[in-house]
Design a protein around this ligand. Structure first.
Ligand SMILES: Cc1cc2nc3c(=O)[nH]c(=O)nc-3n(C[C@H](O)[C@H](O)[C@H](O)COP(=O)(O)OP(=O)(O)OC[C@H]3O[C@@H](n4cnc5c(N)ncnc54)[C@H](O)[C@@H]3O)c2cc1C
Length: 396
């Protein structure tokens, strides 16, 4: 066999690039990061980039808290003055009318407090002071996380890849994995069109393409590709990062929004999206009904968009969605030498720096700083899903 590595990482999105970086940081020198296209050319490029620790699922709060600190200290983490993740601190404001969403919101802030996150319950009037364009008369409660905001997923992934390369990793683009090598039940490498590559360990970070692993190994991969629309709107004044990231739990689409390009508002839905059969088969037209519906719900919460606003543009992206809207991470029973990372279900960017470290530690046989066990592949069969309090959708 021509080549061999200690660890081969499949997929150069923000997750795979983070894993590759952390492997080199932990002293692993023979690392290969393989992508069929380009680093950050997959779903990472479609991301809205929002960072928050606001989660109802406890392990997610712990991972997101550690990850946010890594985003905040990104240059130091990568030991590279030129590394850039594009972090913008805007604060994160979640608002809810009376009802189940308000209950979930209160529970989430309690969990955050237990885990030492700075987040607090505030009144609708206080929310209106933080976001002066907000309609608050139909709200019961709000939560505010001042350290949250958004960052740039493409820059983050490329910075991780660059730091991995500086740490000795080989980054090979335009090379698709076509299978896994297996001996006596152990994964021993990767098959590519350009030849086989031996590896002591393979970490698969293939996002919506992860079902390939089912064909390659026979393992069950509970992951479907779901299509999600994102739109931007403009008002009569710039919608700048002075406005917090906003989650409107009162809207039917559970809308999230943030400043986009420092002038427009980017709006996406926390809904289930549309399942699509083939992640490479195109995502179809954007229904104008959806844009109208999202625009109406946006205008209800921020009336200035009804009075002086307009639709600017819309695009789509794919989530690698699992049955409980949380990722599957770590080893696969019966397949020694393979670790999985898929199923980020629309919220993997904010977790990526810490998930990369946990997966790298696991691949090297070290104890991860935070447990991978809650995210084990077998949790569905065991009847222990990581179901969040907000229902289906990417809040979790
Ligand atoms: C519209 C949208 C909005 C989002 N908003 C947010 C947000 O606000 N906050 C947040 O935290 N998260 C958000 N997310 C989710 C987040 O962006 C993703 O969880 C994250 O980027 C996934 O990274 P990844 O590395 O798993 O996947 P990808 O970036 O998709 O990387 C997978 C890589 O695998 C490669 N690949 C595929 N097949 C092969 C093969 N056979 N061999 C080799 N390589 C292969 C692909 O080329 C690709 O580069 C959003 C996602 C979308 C789509």
């Amino acid at each position: 066999m021509a080549e061999s590595f200690d660890v081969v990482v499949l997929g150069g999105g923000v997750i795979g690039a983070s894993v590759a970086f952390h492997l080199t940081r932990l002293g692993c020198r023979r690392v290969l990061l393989l992508d069929r296209g380009q680093v950050a050319g997959g779903t990472t490029a479609q991301s809205s980039g929002i960072l928050r620790t606001y989660y109802s699922v406890r392990p997610n709060v712990a991972v997101a808290k550690a990850a946010l600190a890594m985003f905040q200290g990104f240059k130091d983490l990568l030991d590279d003055e030129e590394a850039e993740c594009g972090i913008v601190r805007t604060g994160y404001l979640a608002v809810a009318p009376d009802g189940p969403m308000a209950t979930a919101l209160r529970g989430t802030v309690a969990t955050q407090a237990e885990l030492g996150v700075e987040s607090r319950l505030i009144t609708p009037q206080e929310a209106g002071a933080i976001h002066p364009w907000l309609r608050v008369d139909d709200l019961a409660v709000a939560a505010y996380e001042p350290e949250a905001g958004f960052a740039d997923p493409t820059m983050t992934a490329n910075s991780f890849a660059r730091a991995a390369r500086r740490g000795g990793a080989v980054i090979r683009q335009d090379t698709a994995a076509t299978g896994l090598l297996r001996e006596n039940g152990r994964i021993t490498g990767v098959r590519t069109a350009a030849g086989d590559i031996a590896a002591d360990h393979v970490v698969s970070c293939l996002n919506v393409w992860s079902p390939l692993l089912a064909a390659w190994t026979g393992a069950e991969i509970p992951c479907v590709a779901t299509r999600h629309i994102v739109a931007s709107f403009a008002a009569d004044a710039p919608y700048t990062p002075a406005f917090p990231v906003l989650k409107d739990l009162g809207s039917a689409l559970k809308l999230y929004s943030r400043s986009y390009g420092r002038t427009e508002i980017l709006v996406g839905a926390g809904d289930e999206g549309d399942e699509i059969a083939d992640p490479d088969g195109g995502t179809g037209d954007i229904p104008m009904d959806w844009v109208a519906e999202a625009g109406e719900q946006l205008a209800h919460r921020i009336p200035r968009f009804a009075e002086h606003g307009g639709f600017v543009r819309a695009w789509t992206g794919l989530y690698d969605t699992t049955p409980d809207w949380n990722p599957v991470l770590g080893p696969v029973p019966g397949l020694e030498g393979l670790s999985l990372a898929f199923g980020f279900s629309g919220h993997g960017f904010k977790l990526s720096p810490m998930i990369g470290r946990m997966l790298a530690q696991g691949a090297l046989g070290l104890e991860p700083d935070l447990p991978l066990a809650p995210y084990r592949a077998t949790r569905f069969a065991e009847g222990k899903p990581l179901t969040g309090a907000f229902g289906a959708g990417a809040v979790s």
